[in-house]
Design a protein around this ligand. Structure first.
Ligand SMILES: [Fe+2]
Length: 157
């Protein structure tokens, strides 16, 4: 059934496109953070193992919110790992390929890339596509990623 919520099909498709890229990037970030939770080594193992878990739990919640917003706007949420990889802008890393400090730096870099993407996407959602709801949603996500990035940054010298 067609939506009748005051947004045109073109406006909805515009924001759905942004949300699909975001969903795929959150998926990559989730997988990378979980990879690091499993494979971290060194004297900070216990702290980092727990810290990475708290971050991937947080990102896991965001994945669900983004996918369900795509559905609420009448779109189809990408649902396979192949689709996520094709849509994502962030890069995966193999298990066991980084030392603990490199892991923290790699996650920080990804969060910062997402923050830059979100800053542009929230503006486009509001001004280009006329969707204040998605703009507000993306603003909240950006603030959450800013907080996660701060925690990662604080672990680096
Ligand atoms: Fe675990």
């Amino acid at each position: 059934m067609e939506l009748n919520t005051g947004l045109t099909k073109a406006q909805r498709e515009g924001v759905i496109g942004l949300l699909k890229t975001l969903l795929a990037d959150e998926y990559i970030l989730y997988t990378k953070t979980r990879n690091f939770h499993w494979n971290v080594t060194g004297p900070l193992f216990s702290d980092l193992h727990k810290f990475f878990e708290s971050q991937y739990d947080d990102v896991d919640g965001k994945i669900d919110e983004v996918a369900e917003r795509i559905r609420a706007l009448g779109g189809v949420a990408p649902g396979s790992l192949g689709e996520m990889l094709a849509l994502a802008t962030l890069q995966e890393v193999p298990g066991g390929s980084m030392k603990s400090q490199e892991m923290v730096g790699a996650l920080l870099q990804d969060h910062e890339k997402l923050i830059v993407f979100l800053r542009g996407a929230l503006d486009a959602a509001q001004t280009k596509h006329g969707d204040a709801g998605t703009g507000d949603f993306l603003t909240g996500l950006m603030e959450d990623h800013e907080k996660m990035a701060w925690m990662l940054r604080s672990m680096l010298e």
